[in-house]
Every structure is written in C-alpha cells, then in structure tokens.
Design a protein around this ligand. Structure first.
Ligand SMILES: [Ca+2]
Ligand SMILES: [Ca+2]
Ligand SMILES: [Ca+2]
Length: 440
C-alpha cells in the first residue's frame, strides 16, 4: 500500500511540474509528517532532556520512517519510544543520538541516550527473535557507501549493543525457517575483489554467522534487495545489482538444508562457470512482486522494434521472469512507464511487431505496428494518456475513455483506439483495461 502511495505522488509531481524524478527519489519530496499528540508528548520529553537545539532524524529507507518508533521492547508491558536526533548547537560535533523514552507514571521520560557512528540513519528494523524484540539500526556515512549495522536489546533501562557489522546492503528475514528473524548482510568488496553474503542467526543472546556464500564479483553496487519466494514455495532473497555502469542483473540466494547442516546457496552465480541470463539487462528495472503472491518477478529488458541501445531514451519491453531450477522462465511481457506509473501487458502477437513512442502531446504514449523505413508507424493501435482530472472533466480529450485513476482521483489514465487500427493486432478497450496496471 505504501508503495502505491509513493507512486501516486511521483505521478502527481510528473504531471504538475514536469520534473523528472527517479522513482527512488520520491520520498525526498515528502515533507516530514506532522507529529500527532502522543508524538508531541514524546518530543517534549526529549527536549526537556536535550534542550531545544536538536533536529529529529527520520530513517531514510525501510518500513519505519517516522521520527519516533513506538514499540514495546522489554518485559514491562507498555511501549517505549525510540528517537534519533542530532544537536544543532554550534561548536558541537553533530553525532547521531539514539534516545529511548518510557512512560513512567503516565508521563514520557527520556531513560537512555547513546551516541552512534555514521552521518545518517539509513533504516530501523525490529527483529523478532527469542525473548523481546531487538532493534537493528542501519547507519550510513555520507563519505562512503559502506554502512554500519548495530543491533540492540533494551533491558528496561539501557540499550545493550549485541553486535556491529559493516555492510553494503542487508535484509532482515527468516531465511532458515526457525520462526526467528535472521540478518542477511552483503559485505563490502574485499581487497581481492571478492564479496559475499553472510547469514547471521540469533541464538543464546547473540547473532552468530551461520553461513556465507560468494557473490558475483562483477557487481559493483546493489540497488535493491527483497525477500520473497521461488515458484516452488522456497524462500529466496533477490538482489538487483549494477554490473559496471551500464548493465544490471539479479542474483538469487536461498537457504538449503542437508541433514543437520543448513547453508546459504547462490542460485545464479557459480565461480567455476559464469552464466549469462535473460535478466542481464540495461539499467532501470528492478525485481517486484507484480501480483502480490510473494513470488518475485525478475525483469529482463529487450529493445522495442526500431530502437538501438545507442539511442538515448530508447524504449524497452520488460520481460518478467520466474526463477527455478537454475533457469529463468518468462511469465509475461509489459511496457513499463515508470515515470507515469503504469504498465501495459503485451499480448503475444504484439511482441516483436508493436513499438512505442511519445506523442507531441505531454504524457501520452502511442503503441503502433512497426515497419522499417522512413515512417516506422504502419498502423496506430492505441494511445495512453495520463492527465489531470480537471482537464479530463473539462472535455479536453474527446474520443478517449478513462481506464484508471490515481492520486486520490486527481490523475486519470485515458485510452483511445484510433479508427483504422490493424484488426489483426487490435487490442479492444476491455482488453486494454485488463492489460493495464498501475505500476509500483
Ligand atoms: Ca515496555
Ligand atoms: Ca531464522
Ligand atoms: Ca508475484
């Protein structure tokens, strides 16, 4: 749900200001939310302790983005609040502070305050392990793309550090199936240019390295990490990474048990025999669960007819794959318009025949039967237009039909099937509605 809302905001921004925001930059547009009454009480309690010259730090990624995480961390049944802040006073090095507040006799009070490394709070995750929940704090450094993970347990009065690890990317997920969260960390490349993933599991009060596996050394940076399942119901971690500066690929990790011993497996990388995959691709597409069934769809990109890689702004068809038994199997192909937040599934007969271009009208895309030569448009098949509801209501789009809306109804998606479209390739309006989906 959260994802969709971000998408909507991106679409609104694209439409209203024409600004080109990468998908990942959407959150930078969001103003910090106003504090509610309880948060105000927590904030007042924090300021009583620290003085006014502080700035609250909002985690930059992940599920917990608010200024205060309110959660029960100890044996005592009411919730604690965790806040991150920096001092704004001059002459003070602005270390990140983590404060824990507790409601004592009906009043919030700061009970513990520690300073942390790093220059930003990347994310905060709650780890479900034996006993009370643990707090995992990701800290990043503005000067470096290595981050630091710190895991804490709250004993009722202080935060105890259970571990500290540097990492490139990480995910918290129960990978070994024992109903307790594990931490999967991708280490920064070492001097001999190898990097690996480590699985840390919680046992007897601390995290132990349970297994490690090598990662593809060609990947210079990971851009996305998600957990989900393979088609056979097995848990898997999907990592999208940059291979050099012009291509991307996806690595897939799992956990397998033989007898007593379980270990991490890298399904897509074998140092003995490097393999190429249909999901080795141009930049821009990342793994996603398109239909909400937790089986992850992995994208590959192929150029649409008439485009070459050298053309700036070339249009691609996104082929979505499922991974199983060492190979990728195609599920479907879609044209993805990330900027306008939608995708259109291509029927089989369109693949290799139908191409896409922008029209002279803003935010409009034409799908057409392609032919070689001067004029590539052999037959116009479909127009999809993103527009403001007010323009649609004002009657500015005669001949179009509304197929979807977003942004609380402020944005509409319109389709028009031109007269004279080649009947053999025609997608009628009910098929358009069926094949059209809002993306992210
Ligand atoms: Ca408590
Ligand atoms: Ca586990
Ligand atoms: Ca899926």
């Amino acid at each position: 749900m959260k994802k969709k809302i971000c998408g909507v905001l991106a679409a609104v921004c694209m439409l209203l200001s024409g600004c080109a925001i990468p998908q990942t930059g959407v959150d930078s547009l969001l103003a910090p939310p106003l504090l509610n009454e309880e948060q105000n009480e927590i904030y007042s309690a924090l300021v009583r302790e620290t003085g006014d010259n502080i700035k609250l730090l909002y985690p930059q990624k992940g599920e917990n983005r608010s200024a205060f995480l309110v959660i029960n961390l100890d044996e005592e049944v009411t919730s604690e609040a965790v806040a991150f802040y920096q001092s704004t006073s001059l002459n003070v090095t602005s270390a990140i502070h983590m404060a824990v507040l507790d409601k004592i006799d009906g009043r919030w009070q700061s009970v513990n305050d520690i300073s942390l490394e790093g220059t930003q709070v990347e994310d905060i995750s709650v780890i479900r392990a034996e006993g009370n929940p643990l707090l995992a704090v990701g800290l990043s450094y503005s000067s470096d793309n290595t981050s630091l993970l710190k895991v804490y347990s709250f004993n009722g009065s202080t935060m105890d550090e259970l571990g500290s690890e540097s990492y490139q990317t990480k995910i918290i997920s129960d990978l070994d199936g024992d109903d307790q969260d594990d931490i999967l960390l991708v280490t920064a490349p070492s001097q001999d240019n190898t990097s690996f993933a480590k699985l840390l599991s919680f046992q007897s009060g601390r995290f132990w390295e349970k297994s490690r596996v090598f990662l593809n050394p060609e990947i210079v940076r990971y851009s996305n990490i998600i957990s989900g399942y393979l088609v056979n119901g097995q848990k898997a971690i999907y990592l999208d990474g940059y291979r050099g500066s012009t291509s991307m690929t996806t690595e897939i990790l799992g956990y397998e048990t033989d007898g007593e011993n379980g270990h991490l497996v890298n399904y897509t990388y074998n140092p003995e025999s490097p393999t190429s995959y249909p999901v080795d691709r141009a930049l821009g597409a990342v793994c996603s669960d398109l239909n909400g069934d937790s089986v992850i769809e992995v994208p590959g990109l192929t150029l649409l007819p008439g485009y070459t890689e050298e053309v700036a702004g070339a249009f691609y068809l996104t082929d979505w794959y499922h991974f199983l038994n060492g190979g990728f199997e195609k599920v479907k192909s879609s044209y993805v318009n990330a900027a306008q937040g939608y995708m259109l599934d291509f029927p089989e007969e369109w693949i290799g025949t139908v191409s896409v271009r922008k029209t002279t009208r803003g935010n409009e895309t034409l799908f057409y039967e392609y032919q070689e030569g001067e004029n590539p448009v052999k037959s116009e098949l479909l127009y999809i237009q993103m527009a403001k509801r007010s323009d649609w209501d004002a009657g500015n789009f005669p001949g179009y039909e509304m197929i979807d809306s977003s942004g609380g109804g402020q944005i509409v998606y319109l389709a028009k099937i031109p007269a004279g479209a080649n009947a053999a390739l025609l997608m009628n309006m009910s098929e358009v509605k069926k094949n059209f989906n809002r993306y992210y």
